[in-house]
Write a protein that binds this ligand. Structure first.
Ligand code: B16
Ligand code: MG
Length: 216
């Protein structure tokens, strides 16, 4: 029996993926890396900022020191945060708000499991913060998805057993993380068919059989 649903943020509740890509693209252009594309961006979904930077740098041919990498990641985050200033409730993905409302009405607890250190800011800017009970994000963890830590912390904060939680994810790393936390996973988004989650749907707007999922 599911008592809590833990939502990934980027690509599940909010369309920040385009902003991440544009910020990384700007950095790549500054570094003279012209081979970084949207296809590479798919491998950045759900993984940490530093691992995402490695994806960009792997498309160039220079080796960077750890100190340089820290500066580059910080620079990308500055560009990303500039883009986030434009974010408001229009950035909420179709069906997301209605889904949160419906689950809360059923007495289900709502958690966030995002590796983004900007998750609290994003929730504030979109107003989604009002539908969330507990946030587990990049600021709470030492290991990124596919490690289960971000979801375990979310369940702990909600006061639930791991098997009482359902994870909603759009990334491969996130589905692996949810499974590793012994949680059921609903895979959504553009790649949902490839995610190998327990349940799947193209988006939260779709006709999802919540009665069955929550009873499991
Ligand atoms: P930040 P999620 C993830 O968010 C993004 O999918 C991923 O592309 C990004 O690198 C990561 O957050 C870190 O974000 O730089 O803001 O700390 O999908 O886990 O909500
Ligand atoms: Mg995501």
């Amino acid at each position: 029996m599911i008592k809590g649903v833990i939502f990934d943020l980027d690509g599940v509740l909010v369309s920040t993926d385009e902003m991440h890509f544009n910020a990384w693209k700007k950095l790549a252009d500054e570094l003279g890396i012209d081979k970084f594309t949207k296809e590479d961006n798919k491998r950045q979904k759900g993984v940490s900022r530093m691992n995402s930077l490695d994806v960009v740098l792997s498309k160039g041919n220079r080796i960077y020191t750890e100190e340089e990498k820290e500066e580059l990641a910080e620079r990308k985050n500055t560009y990303y945060k500039e883009l986030l200033e434009e974010l408001n409730e229009n950035g909420i993905l179709p069906g997301a708000k209605e889904c949160l409302k419906m689950l809360r009405q059923k007495g289900i607890l709502i958690g966030i499991g995002s590796v983004s250190k900007n998750a609290p800011l994003i929730l504030e800017r979109t107003g989604l913060i009002h539908y969330v009970d507990k946030i587990s994000c990049g600021l709470d963890i030492t290991r990124s998805k596919p490690d289960p830590q971000v979801f375990e912390v979310a369940a702990d904060k909600l006061g639930l057993k791991y098997e009482e939680c359902l994870v909603v994810e759009d990334s491969f790393a996130g589905v692996v993380a949810g499974k590793a936390a012994h949680m059921k996973v609903l895979g959504i988004g553009t790649e949902y068919k490839q995610l190998r989650a327990d349940y799947e749907a193209p988006g939260l707007w779709a006709d999802i059989n919540w009665e069955v999922i929550l009873e499991e």
